[in-house]
Design a protein. Sequence first.
Length: 363
Amino acid sequence: MLKSIIQRLELAEERFNFLEKEISQSEIINNQKIYTSYTKEYSDLKPLVEKHQEYKVILREIDDTKILIDDSDGEIRDLAKEELLKLNNLVVNLEKDLKKLLIPKNSDDEKDIFLEIRAGTGGDEAGLFVGDLFRMFSRLSERSKWKIEMISSREAEKGGYKEIVAKISGKQVFRYLQFESGVHRVQRVPETESQGRVHTSACSVVILPVIESLDEIEIDKSDLRVDTFRASGAGGQHVNKTDSAVRLTHIPSGIVVECQDGRSQHKNKAKAMILLQSKLMEKASDEQNTELDKKRKNMVGSGDRSEKIRTYNFPQNRVTDHRIDFTSHNLEAFLDGDMEDIFKALIEENQSRMLLKLENEAI
């Protein structure tokens, strides 16, 4: 293993030992903010340190076994060679595990997300596909025991939607959905197509981590324009008779968000404010990381939302992800939220890229 990686492991163990002593000190225990920070860091480092200690034990066993290879007893030499082979294989696997544990954790992994789906090229068919994708994420949420709630929607004239914004809450939502940002393309024969020709349409999907606290990013009230209006809907009970829907415009950035889900103007404004702050947080993060290739370039693909990431081909019953070597020939199940295989493949690909980056930095 590279010397620089070994140094990182040793530093991590030193930090772990320091934290172990500190969190037992009464002055640290009485300072809730520091204590919480230290215990979280300690917990995060523990798997890495334990694996590193196991690795060092195996290295010592290898050194001891190498001595026996020169033993005068032939039977002992054979046993030593056999044992050495097992230990070397074990070291290889431990080194892989250690490198994975050294990959920095994404602080957003545990966060809830805002899901935005917008119709792109393709006219009415694109609007219908917005609805299909929203149903896909809704079914996925049911399977994963996540909670999904509508924030706002704009219906298209001939069915479907121009835009849907929703919030998904649950365990590790961002970790699994972060790679869904991008352009999703659909190829199918529209119901109105009399000659059976396949049409291609597209929708854009955006995944935003929900900020944990309203204090994370401040908004000057003078920079904010608040508009209220009546929520639109499919009719009947879904149409509010009061101006409960809220639209927020952040004047300096030009970002506009709205929430029309609830009948309470106060609750809609609160949801819209969280969405606005999440957008501003992401904008600030992107600007901060421009010179460092941006945060998303460490993810699968470039992460550019204009990038076509996936194609849903109905005539061939096929889903293809263009960033990795992934194809499924069960489109119906995929659109029903059966997406475990693609998530596993995307996460593994991202880990491989991060490992390569870690090793290149260590050279």
